[in-house]
Ligand binder design. Structure first.
Ligand code: GDP
Length: 362
């Protein structure tokens, strides 16, 4: 699965957010084939296109795309030196593909702040520092290993050592590895290190119900994110956890009362999905309408391989129509009559929202 880790200092609302996500998400018993740890939640990716495809294709069932969120507790100042859950925390975070950094932007005297006051800039700095220090530790060890192996003249190890030294120097200036200009080969070389500051990152600003506007804490987070080119999702986790408890019809009513079209969680999920570099294509037939998750840049055979490896191996063509055309021409029949279906070959790079039939040899 594709995992987005939720990190942040204690008492910023990580668990509240995570519980809201899993509460409204999928029950673990629907996924008997995967072992789900308590801190991992599978959520459905909200996608209005799926409802429309279901109306048009009238299938027996509809299956949305999913992704995983991981609640990573235990990051405190000094974690990189083994404070708190230290190493455990760092091991958890290395395993995720992207990071959602929750920042406290609400004032509440009843909720203790670890540093004594709500201060997003300082909170963000603490987390950045811990992750960067842990990465420097990892890189320093790797430089030593590569150095030993490079002595025998191993070209690969010499190249690795040089890249690692650049990475270390970059970290040493206080910058995350994701901001370092590395080419494709260099990225492949350092990938096994699972560096935390190399992972795509976004911010989740957790505000009060009244804190969506005129909130200096929020402005601070926005400013920092802007400099880094990172996205910010603004939510009130406490409110989301209440919304997540409601039945579907109550939910709709409540959301319209507060003037929202969808729960804030939907924005969190979609931002996480995009952060992971994921996109969706659809299969739509009488038996089922289904959203499939692929990486941006996947070719048609790679996309077919997500359904079944046989589809990839025996790939012939992808009968493809865009969601926009499928929608506009009232479904498969109409889109075919309008000449909107294309036959795409092995080299075709998938677009988000493609509706596809794969043709393949078995
Ligand atoms: P974590 O340590 O980051 O996982 O934080 P928790 O989710 O356990 O939240 C810590 C405390 O802050 C709990 O008492 C929550 O009810 C409270 N809290 C979480 N989100 C909000 C929020 O949006 N507004 C307010 N006022 N309190 C919140």
């Amino acid at each position: 699965g594709f995992k987005c880790g939720i990190v942040g200092l204690p008492n910023v609302g990580k668990s509240t957010l995570f519980n809201a996500l899993t509460n409204s998400g999928i029950q673990a018993e629907n996924y008997p084939f995967c072992t789900i740890e308590p801190n991992v939640g599978i959520v459905e990716v909200p996608d209005p296109r799926l409802q429309r495809l279901t109306e048009l294709a009238a299938p027996n069932k509809t299956i949305p795309a999913t992704m995983e969120f991981v609640d990573i507790a235990g990051l405190v100042e000094g974690a990189s030196k083994g404070e708190g859950l230290g190493n455990q925390f760092l091991a958890n975070i290395r395993e995720v593909d992207a990071i959602a950094h929750v920042v406290r932007c609400f004032n509440d005297e009843n909720v203790i702040h670890v540093a004594g006051k709500v201060d997003p800039a300082s909170d963000i700095e603490v987390i950045h520092t811990e992750l960067a220090l842990a990465d420097m530790d990892t890189v320093a060890k790797a430089i030593e290993r590569a150095g030993k192996r490079a002595k025998s003249g191993d070209k690969e190890q010499i190249k690795l050592k040089a890249v690692l030294e650049r990475v270390f120097a970059h970290l040493d200036t206080g910058e995350p590895v994701r901001g370092l200009d590395l080419d494709k080969d260099e990225k492949v070389l350092i990938k096994p290190l699972c560096l935390m500051t190399a992972k795509p990152t976004m911010y989740i600003a957790n505000v009060d119900e009244s804190g969506f506007e005129n909130n200096p804490h929020l402005d601070t987070v926005m400013g920092i994110a802007d400099k880094e080119g990172a996205d910010v999702v603004v939510i009130c986790a406490a409110l989301e956890s209440e919304i997540a408890e409601l039945e579907d019809d109550e939910k709709t009513e409540f959301l319209s009362e507060i003037g929202q079209e969808e729960p804030g969680l939907d924005r969190v999920i979609r931002a996480g999905y995009a952060l992971l570099g994921l996109q969706t294509y659809f299969t739509a037939g009488k038996t089922e309408v289904r959203a499939w998750t692929i990486r941006v840049g996947y070719t048609a055979p790679q996309a077919a391989g997500v359904i079944h490896t046989d589809f990839q191996r025996g790939f012939i063509r992808a009968e493809t129509v865009s969601y926009a055309d499928y929608n506009q021409y009232g479904g498969e029949q109409g889109a075919k009559e309008a000449g909107r279906f294309r036959l795409e070959g092995k080299e075709y790079v998938m677009h988000d929202g493609d509706v596809v039939h794969f043709r393949f040899n078995v």
